[in-house]
Ligand binder design. Structure first.
Ligand SMILES: Cc1cc2nc3c(=O)[nH]c(=O)nc-3n(C[C@H](O)[C@H](O)[C@H](O)COP(=O)(O)O)c2cc1C
Length: 166
């Protein structure tokens, strides 16, 4: 898919079919993530892949969006590996780019995905269920599956965002 088409047609998808997502497709999505830019190329992102029903159920208990987690086929937990960091702001911006790459790759592969941020309210609980030390800080969970809805979001017109041209 052409990049600009992928960017403009990607929408958050929160309903999924029961079709499983193959491991190689999950790997391709994460591969897209790791090619994101990062400050000093420090690549501070790390991932936990949650596929089993039991682990998904535990993850679902960490968010008010539990239905999305339960219905998804796979959740990718995206962590900031703090010892790899050099500047918190820049590291987190790079991880945002990594997450967007993964959302676009998922869309390109015909999957639906949503970036879950509300779950950060329970980030310590997520670390506990993933058995991770405080070296890892949860940045987001990406819920994935084959889409069972069409996204509907819109955007303000371009002029809304441009403050000025100097
Ligand atoms: C930082 C961040 C946090 C988000 N958290 C959630 C969330 O917890 N639950 C949810 O359903 N969507 C979440 N979203 C998805 C947004 O609601 C969605 O991107 C926005 O409404 C625009 O819709 P679109 O992605 O279809 O263009 C989040 C998006 C971002 C970037």
């Amino acid at each position: 898919m052409e990049v600009i088409i992928a960017i403009k047609t990607r929408r958050s998808i929160r309903h999924y079919t029961p079709q499983p997502v193959a491991d190689d497709v999950i790997a391709q999505i994460i591969e897209a993530g790791i090619w994101a830019p990062s400050g000093l190329n420090n690549q501070p992102w790390r991932f936990v892949i949650i596929k089993s029903k039991d682990a998904k159920e535990e993850l679902a208990q960490c968010t008010s969006y539990s239905r999305i987690v339960q219905e998804s086929q796979v959740c990718i937990c995206v962590f900031y590996h703090i010892p790899s960091g050099y500047n918190r702001d820049k590291d987190i911006l790079g991880i945002g780019a990594c997450i967007q790459n993964m959302l676009l790759a998922a869309h390109d592969r015909g999957l639906g995905a949503v970036w879950l941020g509300e779950i950060l309210n329970k980030k310590q609980k997520v670390n506990a269920l993933c058995a991770l030390s405080s070296d890892y800080e949860l940045m987001a969970v990406i819920a994935l599956g084959y889409p069972n809805e069409k996204g509907t979001s819109t955007r303000h017109p371009l002029e809304h965002f441009i403050i000025k041209t100097l």
